[in-house]
Ligand binder design. Structure first.
Ligand code: PLP
Length: 436
């Protein structure tokens, strides 16, 4: 491999200037990775100087099957070559029909789910917005219960349910209609926050209006890899039912195999009323979002939630291949569980080198809480210099988060974890020396 850190040559800086000059300051992930990327395959990404990086970010969870899967690519090229419909208006197309059939056969039916699929605008927040709006329409109530450190997107409705302080921009934006309750474990192991939720909803004078829905992630991705206990999920589902609220489980990051099972909620045995999906749904990194709706509450009037881009045909093609290839039997799921064990063991070894750190998460969304955002940033930066792309999450960015493609070969997974271990050792060593 080339030596990392030697790649900051003039051509590279020349390309960087284009973004500095032209792109809004709002750009974010690119700021952590001082490179201009040009191609990618599987679990590797290549920068324009020719450096290869192992990718433990995977398009922030939108590439669960790795970059440019050959079968998805072939199907997409064939579709484009035969002049398949390319626009995104919600006409009936063969690409959409094929996706819907395959999704029902391999994902919904085997799990006993009879949900219908609503195609929303192409990003995850669009699916969350649709879920919140439909829940309000169904129940005639406004309030939505969301949880501490939940992340659901940055459009205004979804943002109201998002805790992340960096996205909420303080008081300048009215973020209304959401009440916040502590997530599982937020108040420590002794306090079951489902009791608090039940008590507050049962008290007409608690100050929390009867909710249209309770909205949660089974594993909080951006919130720091907090994994809810299955029994907590079951209690929250029961509380929602008892109080006439719908249950929305946001599977945008934890779904499509990331946290174990196709859906992260499967482990708890609950059946949500509404399930927003996006990120890895298309399988290829193409924008595609959907809302799964229990048929009894699919009370939309035609066109009541509309939009031009509600059917990315190219994404339907790759999503169909992804489901056929990875979810037509249980083999992939078992394989992902095995790889999650490799990640867990690797992270446990790293955690031993970082005083006070602890493991977080579940399945292929695990990480290490290193207590400060500054420390986590330093570890990710050192890892990047050594050829690994990895990011942080958590309330102050204190969790180094492994989001490797689920298809990453064992050997590459281990190599990436070794780079991370070196980075953690170096940074922890520097901190220890500085403290002496
Ligand atoms: N919900 C969850 C759980 C997410 O992790 C995200 C994005 O990270 C979103 C919603 C928003 O999705 P998008 O960024 O595609 O709008």
């Amino acid at each position: 491999m080339p030596k990392w850190g030697d790649h900051m040559h003039s051509e590279h800086f020349g390309r960087q200037a284009v973004f500095e000059r032209n792109e809004s300051k709002v750009r974010s992930y690119c700021r952590s990775f001082d490179a201009v990327f040009r191609s990618a395959k599987g679990s590797f990404v290549q920068a324009s100087g020719g450096e290869d990086y192992i990718d433990f970010l995977a398009g922030c969870g939108s590439l669960n099957y790795g970059h440019n899967d050959p079968d998805m690519k072939r199907a997409l090229l064939d579709y484009v070559e035969r002049d398949g419909i390319a626009h995104g208006l919600d006409l009936y197309t063969d690409a959409k029909a094929d996706f819907l059939e395959v999704f029902r056969r391999h994902v919904l039916d085997p799990r006993g789910l009879d949900h219908r699929v609503q195609f929303t605008g192409p990003t995850g927040a669009n699916a969350v917005e649709a879920a919140m709006k439909l829940a309000r329409k169904v129940t005639g109530r406004t309030n939505i219960i969301a949880f501490t450190n939940g992340f659901h997107g940055v459009t205004q409705g979804a943002l109201a349910a998002t805790g992340n302080r960096g996205n909420r921009i303080g008081p300048a934006i009215p973020l209304a209609g959401v009440s916040r309750i502590p997530y599982d474990g937020y108040l420590g192991p002794q306090i079951d926050t489902a009791d608090l939720l039940d008590r507050m909803l049962g008290d007409a004078s608690s100050g929390i209006d009867s909710p249209a829905a309770i909205l949660l992630e089974a594993v909080q991705g951006e919130g720091g890899l907090n994994a809810a206990r299955p029994e907590w999920m079951r209690r929250v589902a029961a509380i929602a039912r008892a109080h006439g609220a719908l249950l929305i489980v946001d599977e945008i990051q934890a779904g499509c195999g990331r946290a174990g099972g196709f859906f992260a909620f499967e482990q708890s045995g609950i059946v949500p009323d509404l399930v927003p999906m996006a990120k890895s749904l298309s399988g290829y990194g193409l924008p595609m979002a959907a809302l799964l709706i229990r048929p009894e509450i699919d009370v939309w009037k035609p066109g009541e939630h509309n939009g031009t881009f509600r059917g990315n045909q190219h994404a339907f093609v790759t999503a169909r291949v992804a489901i056929e290839k990875f979810w037509s039997d249980g083999a992939f799921e078992a394989e992902v569980a095995r790889k999650a064990g490799i990640v867990h063991d690797g992270l446990a070894r790293i955690a031993e080198q970082v005083p006070g750190s602890r493991l977080k998460g579940r399945g292929m969304m695990q990480g290490i809480d290193v207590r400060t955002g500054e420390m986590a940033d330093a570890i990710c930066a050192a890892a990047f210099r050594d050829g690994l792309i990895i990011e942080t999450s958590g309330p102050v960015g204190e969790v180094v988060k492994v989001l490797a493609p689920l298809t990453t070969p064992d050997e590459v997974l281990r190599r990436g974890l070794d780079i991370l271990a070196r980075a953690a050792r170096t940074v922890a060593g520097q901190r220890a020396t500085a403290a002496e």
